[in-house]
Design a protein around this ligand. Structure first.
Ligand code: NDP
Length: 507
C-alpha cells in the first residue's frame, strides 16, 4: 500500500530550488553546479510611457482620456500607461472594422489576404527577441518559454492560416464559404501574444475583420502586434486593439455590430458572455477552464513521465487552461513517482523571468496570487499533505513556490477547482476503469494525458476520456494544425487546424 510521506519527503535533501539570478546552484550527488546569471537584455525593447488604442490603423487616446498602468509582476514596477477603452471607443473600433470588411478585406481575393498574413508571420519571426522580452516583462513568464514557445507558435499560427486563405473552398465547408463579418475577440493574460494569434490568424484568413481586447494585466504584446500590422501595411481597420478591463470586453461582445464573438478565459466570464450573446444570432466560441488529469500507469517510462508531469503543471507557472493539474498515478508506482517528482522539483530554478536559466517565473498578478494562496490553504485545511521544495522567493513581485499535494481526495477543492497556478494535486488509482472514472470526474473537459508503454491502452483510454485533447506520452504539445477545445464547462468550438476556420465562416 502506498503511503504518503507528506511534508517530509526530500525536504531535508541537500538539493534546493534556487533563484535563477546569480545565486548558487544546488549540490547534486557531490557536484556543485553553479549557474552564472544569464539575463536577457531589455535593451531590444523600447516601451513607451503611454499607449493609445489601435483603431482604424492608428494609435489614438480613449475618448474619455482615461488610462491604467500595466506592471511587471516580477518586480511590481510600472511599465507603461495604457488607454482604457469604453463604449464610444468600442463603437469607433467596430465601425472601423465594419468599413474595412466591406470595402477592402471581405472582397479581397484569398491569395492577397494570405500575403499580409505571411508578412505578419515573418515580421514576428524577425522581431521575435523583442516580443519575447516584452512578453516576459509584462506577463512574468520565463524568457525561455516566451522565446521558445509563445513567440514561435504565434508566428506559426499566422504561417499556417496564411496557407488556408486561398484554399477555403477546399476546407470542407462548401464550395464558396463566406466570412462572418466583424469578430469581437477577448483574450486572457496567460499567453497574451499566442492567444492573439490564435484569434486573429484564422479570422483574417477567412476574410473577417477583428476587434481584439487583450487582458488588463498584459496589453503590451498585443499593442506591439498592432505595430506589426502597421509595418505589414495591413489595411486600416482590419485589426483593431482595444485595451481595457472586463467592462471593455463586455461592451465589445454586446455590441450589435459584432457578428462573431471568440473568448478565452474563465468559465464564469464565459457563461456571462454566452448569456449576453444568446438570441442575438452572433456566432460564439468559448475556450474556458480545465482541471486535466495526467494519468501515469505502472508501465510508463518513469523518467519521461516525470518530465511530462513537470511540463504539465509547472510550465508557465501553471497558468495554463489545459494544465495537468490532477496527477493520477497507479497505486503500485505512486510512491516511486512522487519521490522522483519531488527530487526533480528541487532542481527547478525560480526567479528573474528574463534570466535564461529560469524555469519558474512570476505569478501574473496579485489577484491571481491571492487565488492560488487561498486554494492551497484550502487544500491543507481539507486534509491533503502539502509539499514544496526549499525555495527562496524574491522579496518583491508575485511569487509562489512549486507545490505538490498528496493524500488528495476527489472531493477536495484542490481536486475540483481550477487553481491556475504551480500547484499539483496527486491522486491514485488501481485499475484503468478507475483511472477513467476519476479522470472524468470533473466539471471540465479540456485536456488529459496518458503515460503507458501500451499503445492499446492509450487508445482504450483516449476513447473514454471526456477531454477535447488527449496527449499520449507527452503533454502540453501544441501545433497550429491541430484543433484545440473542450467539452462541458471547458467551452465549445475548436481553435486551430481546419476546424478553427469553421468558427469564422458562415457554415
Ligand atoms: P477572465 O475570464 O476574467 O478574463 C479573461 C478576459 O475576459 C480578459 O480580457 C478580461 O478582461 C475579460 N473579461 C472580464 N470580464 C468580462 C466580461 N464580463 N465580458 C467580457 N470580457 C470580460 O479571467 P481572469 O483574468 O479574471 O482570471 C480569473 C480566473 O479565470 C483565473 O484565476 C483562472 O482560474 C481562470 N482563467 C482561465 C483561463 C483559461 O484559459 N482557461 C485564462 C485566464 C483565466 P480583464 O483582464 O481586463 O479583466
Amino acid at each position: 500500500m502506498w503511503r504518503d510521506r507528506g511534508r517530509q519527503g526530500l525536504a531535508d535533501s541537500t538539493i534546493s530550488v534556487s533563484p535563477a539570478s546569480g545565486r548558487r546552484g544546488a549540490p547534486v550527488a557531490g557536484l556543485d553546479w553553479q549557474y552564472a546569471p544569464a539575463p536577457e537584455s531589455r535593451e531590444i525593447v523600447s516601451i513607451a510611457a503611454e499607449y493609445g488604442l489601435f483603431v482604424d490603423g492608428e494609435f489614438t487616446p480613449a475618448a474619455s482620456g482615461r488610462t491604467f498602468a500595466t506592471i511587471n509582476p516580477a518586480t511590481e514596477e510600472p511599465l507603461a500607461k495604457v488607454a482604457q477603452a469604453a463604449g464610444a471607443d468600442v463603437d469607433r473600433a467596430v465601425a472601423a472594422a465594419r468599413s474595412a470588411y466591406q470595402r477592402v478585406w471581405g472582397p479581397m481575393p484569398g491569395a492577397e489576404r494570405a500575403k499580409y498574413l505571411y508578412r505578419i508571420a515573418r515580421i514576428l519571426q524577425e522581431r521575435s527577441r523583442e516580443f519575447a522580452v516584452l512578453e516576459s516583462l509584462d506577463n512574468g513568464k520565463p524568457i525561455k518559454e516566451t522565446r521558445d514557445v509563445d513567440i514561435p507558435l504565434a508566428a506559426a499560427h499566422f504561417f499556417y492560416y496564411a496557407g488556408w486563405a486561398d484554399k477555403l473552398e477546399y476546407a470542407g465547408f462548401g464550395q464558396a464559404p463566406r466570412p462572418l463579418g466583424v469578430a469581437g475577440q477577448v483574450i486572457p493574460w496567460n499567453f497574451p501574444l499566442l492567444m492573439a494569434a490564435w484569434k486573429l490568424a484564422p479570422a483574417l484568413a477567412a476574410g473577417n475583420t477583428c476587434v481584439l481586447k487583450p487582458a488588463e494585466t498584459t496589453p503590451l504584446s498585443a499593442l506591439l502586434l498592432a505595430e506589426v500590422c502597421q509595418q505589414a501595411e495591413l489595411p486600416p481597420g482590419v485589426v483593431n486593439v482595444l485595451t481595457g478591463a472586463g467592462q471593455t470586453g463586455a461592451a465589445l461582445v454586446a455590441h450589435p455590430g459584432v457578428d462573431k464573438v471568440a473568448f478565452t478565459g474563465s468559465t464564469e466570464v464565459g457563461v456571462a458572455i454566452a448569456q449576453a450573446v444568446a438570441g442575438t444570432g452572433k456566432k460564439l466560441t468559448l475556450e474556458l477552464g480545465g482541471k486535466a488529469a495526467n494519468v501515469v500507469f505502472d508501465d510508463a517510462p518513469v523518467d519521461q513521465a516525470i518530465e511530462g508531469i513537470v511540463n504539465g503543471i509547472f510550465f508557465n507557472q501553471g497558468h495554463v487552461c489545459c494544465a495537468g493539474s490532477r496527477l493520477l498515478v497507479q497505486e503500485s508506482v505512486a510512491e516511486q513517482v512522487v519521490e522522483r517528482l519531488r527530487r526533480r522539483l528541487t532542481t527547478l530554478r525560480l526567479g528573474d523571468p528574463l534570466d535564461k536559466n529560469t524555469d519558474i517565473g512570476a505569478i501574473n498578478s496579485r489577484q491571481q496570487l491571492d487565488k492560488i494562496t487561498e486554494l492551497s490553504a484550502a487544500g491543507e485545511a481539507e486534509g491533503a499533505h502539502r509539499w514544496s521544495p526549499p525555495c527562496e522567493l524574491p522579496s518583491r513581485g508575485f511569487w509562489f513556490a512549486p507545490t505538490v499535494f498528496t493524500g488528495v481526495s476527489q472531493s477536495h477543492r484542490i481536486a475540483r477547482e481550477e487553481i491556475f497556478g504551480p500547484v499539483l494535486s496527486v491522486l491514485t488509482f488501481r485499475t484503468p476503469d478507475e483511472a477513467v472514472t476519476k479522470a472524468n470526474n470533473t466539471a471540465y473537459g479540456l485536456s488529459a494525458g496518458i503515460w503507458t508503454e501500451k499503445g492499446s491502452r492509450i487508445l482504450w483510454m483516449a476513447q473514454r476520456m471526456r477531454a477535447g485533447v488527449v496527449w499520449a506520452n507527452t503533454y502540453n504539445r501544441f501545433d497550429p494544425a491541430s484543433p484545440f477545445g473542450g467539452y462541458k464547462e471547458s467551452g465549445y468550438g475548436r481553435e486551430g487546424g481546419r476546424h478553427g476556420l469553421a468558427a469564422y465562416l458562415d457554415v
